[in-house]
Ligand binder design. Structure first.
Ligand SMILES: Cc1ncc(COP(=O)(O)O)c(C=O)c1O
Length: 330
């Protein structure tokens, strides 16, 4: 078997991640969480990494011995290092800031190399300057296998996701369009992100120039992988609401999720509320992007939130009004 054929075997779809029933006070409406923290590297980025490597192998850009390069400080680095190790390829990631981050250790444990660059935006040029293949998760945003897996598990009325590269919402939107499935796709967008204003105003190169405080989602500009035509609704979610919802999600499921899962949950609960008010029944799926102990020191920590000027209190009150902590309601 050739190296490429073996590589495509390694890059075949993995085990489906579970759906978790999430309690809501709305008779006839089911809210399910698609738990991507169950991926081997703990996040939705596992799917992006698989898709990026697969595309690169199919296009002949990565083969035996190719050094693979990426620029990110996020979960993508761990997922890509995981696949690089399985493919026996050298992996170098350029990360923003100073060394010592927990994620860098995880990459190194998988045999990858981390290089640190300031200012943060210099990571892209630095990565382009390294001999090898630059995966470029934003520039090449490959659609992945979430939709196929999800729609084999359940037929929801809405799926709610965040948008970073845009690949996930595009994957979902394309699948429902191509399969003529009556499911709508909502993107939950945090403060400072360009996706909500870009989508509302129909401006494809809208830019806020502001970084998102919700790791993994929300971008200073509309990225090339975001497909507004494949998205039915973009719901803006205040960062303090994302924090409150992430904490609520943890209280109910025990998962130490990141802020982005809170953003999606908050928007999903808004949809549930709208359905309830209209007397509709149905199923909403909300994505859990990742979970990790390191989030306990940020989104789940009151001192961290206060230092960022995020007051989750009013949103937590709102959640208590909207959601039952146990199935059946309290
Ligand atoms: C809940 C959630 N939705 C969506 C995304 C990002 O999706 P994409 O980069 O495909 O737009 C993330 C982060 O990876 C996430 O945590």
């Amino acid at each position: 078997m050739s190296w490429n054929a073996r590589a495509l075997d390694v890059l075949a779809a993995g085990e489906p991640t579970p759906l978790i029933d999430f309690p809501v006070q709305a008779p006839g409406i089911r809210l399910l969480l698609k738990d991507e923290s169950a991926q081997p590297t703990g996040s939705l980025r596992h799917r992006h990494a698989r898709a990026l490597f697969r595309q690169a192998v199919l296009d002949g850009l990565v083969t035996e011995g190719t050094t693979v390069v990426e620029a990110t400080g996020g979960n993508a680095a761990v997922a890509q290092a995981w696949f690089a190790r399985r493919l026996g390829l050298p992996y170098i990631v350029v990360m923003p800031g100073e060394r010592s981050r927990a994620r860098a250790r995880a990459v190194e444990e998988l045999g990858g190399e981390c290089r640190f660059v300031t200012p943060p935006l210099a990571i892209y040029d630095a990565a382009r300057g390294i001999p090898g293949h630059f995966l470029d998760q934003f520039g090449r945003a490959a659609e992945h296998d979430l939709a196929e897996e999800l729609f084999a598990q359940v037929r929801p009325d809405w799926v709610v996701t965040g948008a970073g590269t845009g690949a996930t919402s595009a994957t979902l939107g394309r699948w429902v369009r191509d399969h003529d499935v009556p499911c709508r796709i909502a993107v939950a967008d945090p403060d400072n992100s360009a996706y909500f204003p870009g989508w509302t105003l129909d401006v494809s190169d809208y830019a806020t120039g502001m970084p998102s405080r919700i790791e993994g989602i929300g971008r200073p500009r509309v990225e090339p992988g975001f497909r507004p035509d494949l998205v039915d609704l973009v719901i803006p979610v205040p960062d303090a609401a994302s924090v409150a919802a992430a904490r609520h999600l943890r209280a109910v499921t025990g998962l130490a999720v990141g802020g982005s899962s809170g953003t999606a949950l908050w928007a999903a609960l808004e949809l549930v509320e709208r359905m309830r008010a209209r007397g509709e029944s149905g199923t909403v799926v909300s994505l859990v992007g990742d979970a990790a102990d390191r989030h306990l020191a940020t989104y789940h920590d009151e001192a961290w939130a206060a230092a960022k000027g995020l007051d989750a209190g009013p949103y937590a009150d709102e959640l208590r009004r909207r959601v039952a902590l146990r199935p059946g309601g309290e």
